[in-house]
Design a protein around this ligand. Sequence first.
Ligand code: CMP
Length: 463
Amino acid sequence: MKKTIWPAATTLVSFSAYFALRAWAAGPIREEGLRDLLAFCYALLGVTVVRCCSYLFFDLLYLKRTGRKAPGLLKIMFSLVCYSTLFMLILGLVLKYDVTGLVATSAAVSVVVGLALQDTLGNFFAGASLHIEQPFKIKDRIRFRDRAGEVESVSWRSTTIRTSGNSLLTFPNGLLARDPIEVFPYDSPYQNSVDFSAPYSVSPETVMSIAKKAALDLPDVSYEIEPTVRITGFGESSVAYEALYWIMDYMKADDTGARLRQRLWYAFYRDNISMGLPIRHVLLDKMKSEDRQFKTEVDYRCAIDGIDIFQPLTPVEKEALLTLNCVRVFGPGEYMVRSGEAGDSMFIIGRGKAEVRVSSDGVHSTVAVLKTGGFFGEMSLFSGEPRSADVIAVEESEVLEIRKTSIQKLLAENARLAEAFSKTVTERLAGLEEHAGLVRRREEIKVEQGRFLERIIRFFNLG
Ligand code: CMP
């Protein structure tokens, strides 16, 4: 606003002088002699009006609407257009010059200059639009045509960025206006990703927790947003993973990526995990389903000894259960058994934790949490009935699956086992019901045992 005070004051003084002289002078002297002074007065008035408008449009309205200061380039362009129009008006209307020739000449000159300076003018207008739209600010990181860097300056002709190698790259604004620019605001986090692979023999849960920890331990990685690790594919010799983590500075993306790969190498090396290099196994024998790479560290002999259902078995029969069945691993949240599905196997939890969930009217409720040594699925195994509940792994869990075929083998060799199984399974059922508040009499349990025995005989064809 200060910039309008002196032109306004001078305008006032010069107009006063003009009117005083006009009153004092007379006739043709008054008209001719005072024309130049009048043109000067209008020029001063024009400067005052242009400055007032500039203040109104840019310092008040623009700031209010966009919340930021108007770019200087825009102000200069506005002033240039206004002053050239003012110049023409004063020349034609006050000083009575014939401006048509001047307009025609300046139009022709404009065309020639425009053609000659095509690129420069293109950059100039692109720069003006960059200043107005401000798609990025100084200090933001931008990626343009495979080159990335921190924005150092934006002039009317070009934009300069500083690369991670400390070199300066200058792009003409006209070029920036043509192609997409990726902008990484300097005060916002950026999600970076690193691809790596791990062997099939190591469970995803193990790999994911190693990678997450490795990412979180890096100095430039944000610990406020948890990294994510996901499987992106199953390769010929390894599982492909992607680690996604957040960094505050895009310029450190390559650096943190390299450091994460280095940390992963150490972490894998410590845990004896190979990096999943292309290794081809030539299997000369026919592969049995039991020949899985997974090696269990759980003592299932001990687990079987602790389960009441298997109390009637001799040590040899228990050993047979181990050799005839195999171990399976479930990740967190995986359904091991689904309610209503057909099932003919039971499971002993060797490692981990599982949740037994029942649903009624669309409402899920957890009825039991089973830990290491616990078992489930015995009801369908012995009766052939559909599964009575969902059983879901709470954490990575390893289970021994005992299939119908193995129990059938034992029952065929020892007929008395059917009775023993029906007794223990019914008693367990009564125990579960009692736990849920439904107490049964001994006679009722006995009748239930008889029914269950019949079901076992039917299901296992023991007739
Ligand atoms: P099954 O019906 O074969 O499959 C679901 C399993 O969940 C079931 O066998 C039982 O082993 C187990 N189960 C069902 N209800 C309960 C409960 N109330 N408490 C513990 N385990 C249960």
